[in-house]
Design a protein around this ligand. Sequence first.
Ligand code: LIP
Length: 263
Amino acid sequence: MELSNREILERMCAVEREAGELLLHAQGVLAECKTGHRDVVTQYDRRVQELLICRFTELLPDARFFCEENDRHDDLHAAHVFIIDPIDGTMNFVRGFNHSCISAAFMRNGTVCAAAVYNPYVDELFSAVRGEGAWLNGRPIRVSDAPLSESVVCVGTSPYDTSLADRTFALIKAAYLEGLDIRRQGSAELDLCSVAAGRAGLYFELGLSLWDYAAGMLIVQEAGGVALTMEGAPLPLGPEKSPLIAGGRQALEEFLALAEKLK
Ligand code: LIP
């Protein structure tokens, strides 16, 4: 009997809570540089990733994996794929900011159908099932439908690609001037969950990988919001990096129009 998306989500949530203990009790964190001194990985990123792969393989033996670490990039066209960011907000983790999460999205035949994002530091588990809604610790959540002028805007600075800096900071200044204020929290998935829970009205970042947004994208959509590229197109579910904007429809459309004028 094939497992339903809801049954798979329940297992994803339990596994992320288990992995959360590894972050809460982490000691002797060793940071290694990947593409540069701002792009780091730790032994805990790898341990969490291996734990999730092991548990999800027990659940679905034919599952494939597309993950941030260890170049684990299986075929995204497979029937069952888990997209994993073992620690989203690794620099926060290394620096002790206590604002990071474990993120996993389940894709069935090319469509993201279930998602879970767990922040163990505040015991907040955001989740969603396509067509069934989005939740925070089991309670339904909705995006804010406020206009940009009444929205706090989460911003991402794409620190791994400084060629995006001029455009990024021009957009951040626009968000600061047109919105209520900005927040740079350091975790794309948690920024998307802040939008899904109606805490922030908008989030954007110009250079993200699939594992940085696959889960949060579904959680925002199931919370009544929109998640698109900065050109207003559907987000790619592929290996290429992508700009992203997410929010309630009104604030998002206002900001996309502003971004167009700033080109
Ligand atoms: C991080 C994102 C963050 C972004 C960083 C990086 P990581 O993910 O959460 O929003 O600014 O460039 O992509 O590397 O900590 O999983």
